[in-house]
Design a protein around this ligand. Structure first.
Ligand code: SF4
Length: 906
């Protein structure tokens, strides 16, 4: 089959065989705002996230790499996500290969297939995706025709468990490493060099490239003794790559915006990378050193551009510890005007109590944030000293007081259990801290304070001072779980404790050597996948897989000796093993080491070379805040926050203008749910810079009123939306501004100004017309039979879940047979009740649910039927014929073509 034909076939198969039959078709269509399609590119990489779209689309790393690669003239990056089980089942049954969202290109047809390793429990999904993509699972089985499979991300800091499946690991920052690797692929493919030559060249010349097949582990009596390289030219150890500075051009000014809801559906602004607080259990805190802060000017520019190009209504300041960013007050001051004017809610996903201030509280609160998260990690000061957690309990209570004063009524707290040296007194401390939060709230006369406590078992992570530690057994952790649950008596505290088996599996996979590759393969063959999903993880399968390979859980959860070789010792992620060991010894003396940043004390961890790789800390500017212009400077505690006076306007009642719009919803957009459509319109209006009026209250939302939701899978030529603007604009101008920001499948047919409506649009429209593309010899007879009845009863489940029997016939205003199908008119009664279209089609055509899903159905008309006349909601056309013509005069029911007016021909 020709190449183009293969892509077209996948596209058709997706449309016909997957989308109508899966729970969330929006995950599989692509077609989002700002996607990049470069069919002419000579090197194509698939950026694969080993979990579903809803999760993978939230990952900022791929947004950065997608932007960087797509800026290279000869390269392109497309996105691939793991299909959920319903889609996978269809893909396997119908032999549809895993494909990219941009061009529907099967995975096998890419030059490079790149996975991000964010979490150990994604490993089986990677095998699954390779198989669905038609790529041999094992690296050794791949031929010259297969793509090069690469992987990077934090979990790649121990690449050995996945070494049998991944051809190349890219270790460390990818911003400059991935383009350099692709450049080698591009150059050497043009020279028709073999894949092994490409792998060798990249391993030899690029820092951060690890090709497992060029290295061999040495075991003695079953114990790992080291790793040897098979070629002298290669490096050992393999050093991670680090970018000295986070340059503004790495970050997309037009990130892809999903059409359907995802887990973190917001603009993520990375403000810095790295953390030097030195928590001894934290892998990210070690491998992302040193701290590299971004310039405030760059952050402000990015915020402005991204908000304009995406229409996002939420943003988060992303880093391992947001409140440690040196210039946070300046950043908040300068972004305040922008995000209040654009009505963007800011959030701070990682805050430290000691750096949590009134300024942050005010900033986040005014932006609409509702929950606040802190991670004390341990229940006592003693254990916090052991883990080197810098914040004290006093810091924490001070932060909670600020939060309560600024209106927070929900605090989320993260703790760990099973930490080295932990006692039951430390566990008691977890509940004591949570109870103290409730008491502080009550002292302030706040009685509805909610405290959500999440407790995760400790897992010893590679490249951390605690990498030698033993993990508590599952039985010990179950005992501790029971203990905590039995001690929690406070109704304001919700306790959520992670399943110890999940953490145990994380440890096995995270600390594993090459032998774990076989375990991953066996577990996957037995059915393990989506292990990161609590309801999908089957620990027994993993026990069987370990057993089959002669391994035990304890081999990986045990304590390691000082001089033992770890499977990841040949990978240098920046922090020296001797530093880690020294730090571990300090832990047992409850001795802390301070953050090397504010103190300017270097502990010689090894991360900086002090030439190109060093701390990049931004300097504080004048406290007067240079950008204040005509604003007002407020001092809040130790901070200076500039408040723009114009923001006060939002509390002033302004005149608003109501408009009605008619638009289409066709193509892939028919798989977007009504809720997703509401979110989409919010962003379309924001991108078009139209000043939509908002409702009052703590969570204001745009004043939109939609016509009745369209069932998923139906297209429409006539959807309606009423919207209210805070400015008077000519409808043509609104149409023009919106037209530039519409997704494929949406066209605006008309906009007109209307008076303020007493009833919502949904309540006004009560007559609907659908075109069903279905023909059969018996159709005419079937229609006549149905219409000849006075009563056709069906059970309908109402919104509150009750079952109600309704007479469907009463709601059918007409059925008109045409050459290529028929039109169905349905009315909604005065109580808002109306049968579903598919329930009528089942009765009329005798088809089952799946057969109906395969039909092409289009909404062709929506009308207001009032006092016996039919009114088009936007065109003011009034039907000549009264509705009774269709409904009662049976002889005329099939003469629709003659009776029809212009309204339905649009
Ligand atoms: S080398 Fe020194 S300054 Fe650099 S991250 Fe390590 S401790 Fe901090």
């Amino acid at each position: 089959m020709e190449f183009e034909d293969r892509l077209f076939k996948v596209k058709m198969d997706v449309e016909r065989k997957i989308l109508p039959f899966v729970e969330k078709p929006g995950r599989y269509i692509g077609n989002e705002f700002n996607i990049v399609v470069k069919p002419e590119a000579q090197v194509k990489i698939a950026l694969c996230f080993p979990d579903i779209y809803d999760i993978g689309m939230s990952y900022i790393g791929f947004k950065i790499l997608y932007n960087i690669v797509n800026k290279i003239p000869w390269a392109s990056a497309e996105r691939v996500y793991a299909p959920w089980v319903d889609a996978e089942e269809i893909m396997r049954r119908e032999k549809i290969p895993l494909y990219s969202l941009e061009t529907k290109r099967p995975l096998k047809l890419f030059d490079v297939v790149g996975f991000t390793l964010q979490y150990e429990l994604h490993y089986t999904n990677i095998l699954n995706m390779l198989e669905l993509g038609g790529i041999p699972i094992f690296s050794k089985d791949r031929s010259e025709e297969d793509p090069i499979v690469i992987a990077g991300g934090p979990v790649a800091c121990n690449p050995e468990p996945m070494s049998a499946f991944i051809d190349v690991f890219l270790l460390g920052d990818g911003e400059n490493l991935l383009p350099a690797f692709l450049e080698i692929v591009y150059r050497m493919k043009k020279e028709r060099r073999k894949r092994d030559e490409i792998l060798f060249e990249s391993a030899k010349t690029l820092q951060g490239v690890y090709v497992p097949k060029f290295y061999e582990p040495i075991y003695e009596n079953g114990k790992l003794k080291g790793v040897k390289k098979l070629f002298d030219e290669l490096p050992l150890p393999i050093k991670r790559n680090v970018v000295p500075e986070l340059k503004p051009e790495y970050y997309p000014d037009k990130p892809v915006v999903p059409l359907v809801e995802i887990v973190h559906d917001r603009f993520q602004l990375e403000i810095m990378r790295g953390c030097t607080q030195g928590c001894r259990f934290c892998n990210a805190g070690m491998i992302y050193r040193p701290v590299r802060e971004r310039a405030v000017d760059d952050l402000i520019n990015e915020t402005k551009t991204v908000i304009e190009n995406t229409g996002y209504e939420e943003m988060s300041f992303v880093s391992l510890s947001t409140s440690d960013y040196s210039l946070l007050p300046e950043l908040m001051s300068r972004s305040y005007e922008l995000i209040t004017e654009k009505k963007v809610s800011p959030s701070f996903p990682s805050l430290r109590p000691q750096t949590y201030t009134k300024g942050i509280a005010k900033f986040a609160r005014e932006g609409g944030a509702s929950g606040l998260t802190f991670a004390p990690e341990a229940g006592t000061e003693r254990l916090r000293r052991v883990i080197n957690k810098q914040s004290s309990e006093d810091d924490f209570y001070r932060a909670v007081e600020i939060a309560i004063d600024y209106g927070w009524r929900l605090v989320k707290l993260y703790f760990m259990m099973g930490l080295p040296t932990e006692t039951y007194e430390d566990l008691d401390g977890i509940l004591r801290i949570a109870e103290n939060v409730v008491k502080i709230a009550q002292r302030k006369k706040v009685y509805n304070m909610e405290v959500h406590v999440s407790v995760s078992p400790f897992s010893p992570k590679p490249h951390t001072p605690f990498q030698w530690e033993r993990q508590n057994s599952i039985e010990e952790l179950i005992d501790k779980t029971r203990y905590l649950r039995s001690k929690n008596k406070c109704k304001n505290i919700r306790l959520d404790i992670r399943d110890p088996r999940v953490t145990t599996l994380e440890t096995i996979l995270g600390r594993g050597d090459r032998r774990i590759s076989d375990v991953i393969y066996s577990a996957w063959r037995k059915g393990a996948k989506f292990d990161a999903w609590t309801d999908k993880m089957n620990f027994d399968l993993w026990l069987e897989a370990l057993n089959e390979n002669g391994l035990r859980v304890e081999d990986y959860t045990r304590e390691y000796d000082k001089d033992e070789v770890f499977p990841w010792d040949h990978i240098f992620m920046g922090v020296l093993k001797k530093f880690l060991w020294r730090d571990r010894q300090k832990a047992y003396k409850e001795a802390m080491i301070p953050d090397c940043r504010p103190e300017d004390i270097c502990h010689a961890c090894g991360a900086c070379d002090f030439k190109t790789i060093k701390m990049l800390i931004r300097e504080q500017i004048d406290k007067d805040v240079k950008g204040a212009r005509d604003g007002e400077v407020l001092s809040i505690g130790e901070e200076t926050i500039w408040i723009d006076k114009s923001y006060q306007r939002s509390n002033v009642k302004v005149q608003t203008f109501v408009y009605r719009m008619k638009y289409t919803k066709e193509g892939d957009l028919r798989y977007i749910s009504h809720l997703d459509l509401i979110r989409l319109f919010n962003r379309i209006f924001r991108k078009a810079n139209l000043k939509v009026a908002y409702t009052q209250g703590f969570h204001p939302h745009p004043k939109f009123s939609f016509s009745a939701p369209l069932p998923i899978g139906y297209s429409s030529l006539c959807e309606f939306l009423d919207f209210e603007l805070e400015e008077f604009l000519d409808p043509d101008e609104i149409k023009e501004r919106l037209a530039f920001n519409l997704p494929n499948g949406m066209r605006i047919l008309a906009i007109k100004r209307i008076p303020k409506q007493k009833k919502s649009l949904d309540k006004q429209i009560n007559l609907f017309e659908y075109k069903v593309y279905y023909t059969s010899e018996n159709l005419q007879t079937q229609v006549e039979l149905l219409l000849s009845k006075d009563e056709v009863l069906i059970d309908k489940v109402t919104q509150d879940g009750k079952v109600k029997t309704i007479n469907v016939r009463k709601y059918i205003a007409g059925i008109y047979v045409e050459d290529d199908g028929f039109r169905l008119k349905i009315v909604r009664d005065e109580n808002g009740v109306m049968p579903r279209v598919d329930s009528i089609l089942k009765i009329l055509l005798g088809l089952n649910e799946n057969e109906i899903r395969e039909l092409k159905i289009e909404r062709t008309g929506q009308f207001i039927w009032e006092n016996g006349v039919i009114i088009d909601p936007i065109e003011d056309n009034v039907e000549e014929n009264k509705i009774g013509v269709y409904y009662h005069e049976e002889g005329n029911l099939y003469q629709h073509a003659e009776k029809r007016n212009a309204y339905s021909s649009s």
